[in-house]
Design a protein around this ligand. Structure first.
Ligand SMILES: *Cc1c(COP(=O)(O)O)cnc(C)c1O
Length: 367
């Protein structure tokens, strides 16, 4: 039996008639870019999250770029991002015109902490991007308190954490702006690219609505130079079908996670991820640490048994070639650098099933 890291075919099979019908009706509507289907989805998302504004855009990357662009001040200012995250977090900061400043993460949750942000804070820091990595929220109370005390803006990179919660509230509704991705493998995935920005701030929402259509409210009148970054009706129609199932899928992911926690509790080879108190994790990834320099060996061992796994992420962002001029060096951020050598993500998708998951657990135990 083959155990893929991720398989979207079972989800499509279960929803095929609903999704096919939604796509055809979006095509029949002939309003392809933004329009009523997108507006309805935006309303449904703002209700689901309990946030005032939800603004669709072209991707999760743009959902980071647009609120950063709305900050206006760029030249000579810094934005802090974790070094241990998907590249887009830092890429968006760069493309918005800021200098990305990289911070380390907590070794157990893989997330930023107020201390890790404070360590790299500069006079020029105007914003921080708190990434809710793998589906668990970063400690937002502390992050927000630090940012507030220094007058900095907080963006939550919620690409991997839609539906996650903490005592502070739903992921993406706690900072000044939340950035969501509908890339197909996210917990709420479209059939193409898509993204969404959330905020309770009327002016910010207004600015983002303008920026996504070339910087103007009225066609052919431009107050600023914006972008072409819009959600399309076909994606919105698919996402509207899927949204009511999202919490159920997160429950299924949590059931799978529980099986890993039990099955791997005695394992000497892997350390399972820590969920902090009050957090509801949505497990976009179930990422373990493999010690003793044996991560790649375990990955090959699993591959030999037709078990898929993933490495998120193999290279720290402060050590990427494109950021070399920023001065990041090996040794700067020891937790991130260790994680890049040790992390391994295991199959966790909702339709995985107990028997296939047992193969993964047995294989790791025998390793
Ligand atoms: C997927 C992802 C993004 C970017 O989303 P896209 O829709 O692929 O542009 C940004 N940040 C994180 C942490 C992600 O996982």
């Amino acid at each position: 039996m083959n155990v893929p890291l991720m398989d979207l075919t079972a989800q499509y099979a279960a929803l095929k008639s609903e999704i096919d019908e939604a796509i055809l009706s979006a095509v029949a509507g002939q309003r392809f870019i933004l329009g009523p289907e997108v507006e309805t989805f935006e309303r449904e998302m703002s209700e689901y999250l309990g946030v005032k504004h939800a603004v669709g855009c072209a991707s999760g990357t743009d959902a980071l770029l647009l609120p950063l662009k709305a900050l206006k001040a760029t030249e000579g200012y810094d934005v802090i991002v974790p070094s241990f995250t998907f590249f887009a977090t830092a890429g968006a900061v760069w493309n918005a015109g800021f200098r990305p400043v990289f911070c380390d993460v907590d070794p157990e949750t893989f997330n930023v902490t107020a201390e890790s942000l404070e360590k790299v804070w500069t006079e020029r820091t105007v914003a921080v991007v708190a990434v809710h990595l793998f589906g668990q929220m970063a400690p937002m109370r502390e992050v927000r308190a630090l940012a507030r005390s220094r007058g900095a803006f907080v963006i939550e990179d919620t690409a991997q954490a839609i539906g996650a919660k903490s005592i502070e509230g739903m992921a993406g509704t706690v900072g000044d702006a939340g950035s969501f991705s509908f890339f197909p493998t996210k917990n709420l995935g479209g059939y193409g690219d898509g993204g969404l920005v959330t905020t309770d701030d009327d002016d910010l929402a207004d600015a983002i609505r303008k920026l996504r259509v070339h910087g103007g409210k009225r066609m052919y009148h431009h107050e600023s130079v914006g972008f072409n970054s819009r959600l399309d009706a076909i994606q919105a129609s698919i996402l509207r079908v899927k949204l009511p199932y999202l919490n159920g899928w997160a429950d299924a992911r949590r059931v799978n996670a529980q099986r890993y926690y039990e099955g791997l509790a005695e394992s000497d080879s892997v350390r399972t991820p820590v969920v902090t108190e009050g957090n509801s994790h949505v497990y976009n990834q179930f990422t373990v640490r493999v010690g003793g320099g044996r991560r790649d060996e375990l990955r090959q061992f699993l591959a030999d048994r037709s078990i898929g796994s993933g490495i998120y992420y193999p290279v720290p962002l402060h050590m990427q070639d494109c950021f070399r001029d920023l001065g990041g060096r090996e040794g700067d951020l020891p937790v991130t650098e260790a994680l890049c050598k040790e992390v391994l993500s295991l199959p966790i998708f909702p339709e995985l099933g107990e028997s296939r998951q047992a193969l993964v657990i047995d294989a790791i135990r025998s390793f």
